[in-house]
Design a protein around this ligand. Structure first.
Ligand SMILES: [Zn+2]
Length: 98
C-alpha cells in the first residue's frame, strides 16, 4: 500500500507535501498534524504565552532553593554581567503589572 504524499495541515488547511511535516512516530501516518511552518509558529506562540508562567515557576523555584540561585548566578552572571540587571528589571516590571 502506497503512502499518501501530501497531507492537510490542521492549522493552515493547506495540502502540503509530507516532507513539510515533522515526524511523529506516535501518530498514525508518522507525521504531525501541523506543517513545519505552523508548528514553528505554534511553538513561538506557546513560548510567548508561557514565558511569564515559566518565569514565575523559576522564581518560585529559586525562592525555595536560594542556594541554587547563587550557585548558578555566580557562574552565569560572570559571563553575562548585563543579564543580572535586565532580569531584576523585568521581575520588578512584572510585579507592578499585577
Ligand atoms: Zn500549516
Amino acid at each position: 500500500m502506497e503512502k499518501p504524499k501530501t497531507k492537510n495541515c490542521k492549522t493552515c488547511r493547506q495540502d502540503k507535501s509530507v516532507e513539510d511535516f515533522h515526524n511523529q512516530k506516535a501518530s498514525k501516518d508518522g507525521r504531525q498534524n501541523n506543517c513545519k511552518k505552523c508548528a514553528n509558529q505554534l511553538r513561538r506562540d506557546w513560548a510567548k504565552n508561557n514565558r511569564e508562567k515559566e518565569n514565575n515557576r523559576m522564581r518560585e523555584y529559586y525562592k525555595n532553593n536560594p542556594e541554587k540561585l547563587s550557585e548558578k548566578n555566580k557562574k552565569y552572571f560572570e559571563k553575562n554581567p548585563n543579564y543580572h540587571k535586565d532580569y531584576y528589571h523585568r521581575v520588578r516590571k512584572n510585579k507592578n503589572s499585577h
